[in-house]
Design a protein around this ligand. Structure first.
Ligand SMILES: *Cc1c(COP(=O)(O)O)cnc(C)c1O
Length: 235
């Protein structure tokens, strides 16, 4: 199947999952995760109408999206663990950084965004069970970061919500539990931090996005199901 066919099919599945879950139509955005896939394949997705993309590695994303963005108005989200020395470039190419997992990173994002007078959206990544332990470990440390955002320390940063990765397992219960944890954490934090609109719940990947939609996802991050398997030997 072509990338265009895959996109079409996934959008239909998203649509059906929205209806099945009693959610509003078009309440779930599709982030096409194009890491490890070449410009030509991403261009196919663009030709099929896709404008929202996610990449893990800043340098790779910069190289590809510099070419792609020449004629297209694309939005790029950074979704992979981000080292502080990559923040400058990340801020310059992305509209949102989804993998915010520590206060130091927020400070660096603010610093770099201020330099180029750009406002940038962020999602707080919460660790909810995935093995690699990316994301904030608990709500206390996440709330510390939100406290500082709420006191107006980071005028170039717009907190939009939360992101998580479910554990890599076939156990649907564990996957669902991870998504429920994110949703409930988000609801709790939103009650405290009413100055922010923390509605975005970025959860669900190729293998589990329909479950994520049932549990309230507003953005699914789908790579393999659109572009096929990644060839890690190329990089
Ligand atoms: C790679 C990646 C995805 C996409 O995973 P697929 O299983 O290929 O859909 C989603 N989110 C994050 C954070 C990723 O690193």
């Amino acid at each position: 199947m072509s990338i265009q066919d895959n996109l079409c099919q996934i959008k239909e599945k998203i649509h059906n999952a929205e209806i099945k879950a009693g959610r509003k139509e078009n309440s779930v955005k599709l982030l096409a995760v194009s890491k490890f896939h070449p410009v030509e394949e991403i261009q196919e997705a663009v030709n099929a109408g896709q404008t929202l993309f996610g990449e893990n590695r800043v340098q790779e994303a910069a190289e590809k999206f510099e070419i792609l963005n020449k004629n297209n108005n694309l939005q790029l989200h950074i979704i992979g663990q981000l080292q502080s020395n990559k923040v400058k470039k990340a801020v310059s190419i992305a509209s949102c950084i989804q993998s915010v997992d520590r206060l130091d990173l927020i400070k660096e994002i603010e610093k770099q965004a201020a330099k180029i007078e750009k406002k940038i959206e962020i999602l707080f990544e919460l660790h909810t069970g995935e093995e690699s332990k990316s994301g904030y470990e608990d709500l206390t440390s996440l709330a510390e970061s939100l406290d500082l955002c709420a006191s107006g320390n980071f005028p170039h940063i717009i907190p939009k919500g939360f992101m998580t990765m479910a554990p890599f397992t076939d156990d649907e219960k564990l996957i669902r539990k991870s998504f429920i944890t994110l949703r409930e954490s988000a609801e709790k934090l939103q009650k405290t931090y009413t100055m922010f609109n923390l509605k975005e719940l970025s959860m669900g990947m190729s293998a589990d996005y329909e479950i994520a939609i049932e549990e309230g996802s507003t953005m699914v991050r789908v790579g393999t199901a659109i572009f096929g398997e990644r060839d890690y030997s190329k990089k």
